[in-house]
Design a protein around this ligand. Structure first.
Ligand SMILES: [Zn+2]
Length: 279
């Protein structure tokens, strides 16, 4: 086979490329009134509008999830199916708002649909056990293998901070609890996607302190709010506080998420709100 010398090849390629570009060059944008919009300069001071990444489970199966999320008044940017292997559907472009976390808040940010990407994982949530108790179902390894690179890609595209990757139940604790206590948050922490997991020896030391004297409701409300949860500082261990505690426990101590204050929950909260190296 005849080979062109490299520099000839490069020159022909450049000519071809220039011809192609000239052929399909898009005209400069104008307003509908015909005034041209010059896009030759681009500002250095800009970033993505996406600040949060919110994870959900659907409870419904794939056909119902896709129907509801594409045809009703709710949606998500992505749906991760429960098939083998899983498929990932994109229902809303990342530049647009999906309707997945209506009444939601985190650290003073409110109504997070405008500033988040939402991912729905097709998952049944829980099934009733023999005594009517909730048996939360595991997430399949295949689903996690599909989800993790999706998370990493989105985080990288929008430079989302690790502490802003949250569960729906964390930002809407009054009425939500997905992705539930079986979602492997610890694995995401160990992969560096979410902040480091609370250090076990620090938690043990704090637990001893709190076992001697359990903090009151106001302390829990202050600590939960400091971490980011939307909680009213009523000074009472009321239902809204227990819902927040339950969601906190589902993430950080999933084996017991009864929503009641205890020394271990206090210790986990203390360690998370007093990081040795501030984020
Ligand atoms: Zn949800």
């Amino acid at each position: 086979m005849n080979r062109l010398p490299a520099r000839h090849w490069a020159a022909s390629f450049a000519t071809l490329l220039a011809a192609l570009l000239a052929g399909c060059a898009t005209p400069p944008p104008t307003t509908s009134g015909g005034v041209p919009i010059d896009t030759s300069r681009s500002a250095k001071a800009q970033d993505s509008r996406v600040l949060f990444l919110i994870l959900h489970y659907t409870v419904a199966d794939l056909p119902i999830s896709l129907k509801v999320l594409s045809e009703h008044e709710v949606s998500a940017h992505y749906v991760v199916s429960d098939e083998a292997p899983p498929r990932i559907f994109r229902l809303v472009d990342e530049s647009r708002r999906a309707w997945h976390s209506g009444a939601s808040a985190w650290k003073g940010h409110r109504m997070l649909n405008a500033s988040s990407i939402g991912i729905e994982i097709v998952h049944p949530g829980f099934k009733p056990g023999p005594d009517g108790e909730r048996i939360y179902q595991p997430f399949s390894e295949a689903q996690m293998q599909a989800l993790i690179p999706l998370l990493q890609d989105i985080v990288q595209r929008h430079r989302i901070r690790p502490d802003r990757i949250l569960g729906h139940g964390e930002v809407s604790p009054a009425y939500k609890e997905d992705p539930g206590p079986t979602f492997p948050w610890r694995r995401l922490a160990e992969l560096g996607i979410t902040p480091p997991w609370p250090d076990a020896s620090r938690v043990a030391a704090q637990r001893e302190r709190f076992e001697a004297l359990l903090p009151d409701a106001a302390w829990f409300q202050r600590a939960l709010a400091q971490h980011g949860y939307p909680v009213e500082p009523t000074g009472a261990m009321d239902e809204q506080t227990q819902r927040v505690l339950m969601n906190f426990q589902m993430r950080y101590r999933p084996e017991n998420h009864d929503g009641l204050p205890d020394a271990e929950t206090a210790a986990l909260l203390h360690v998370l709100t007093h990081p040795l190296t501030p984020p």
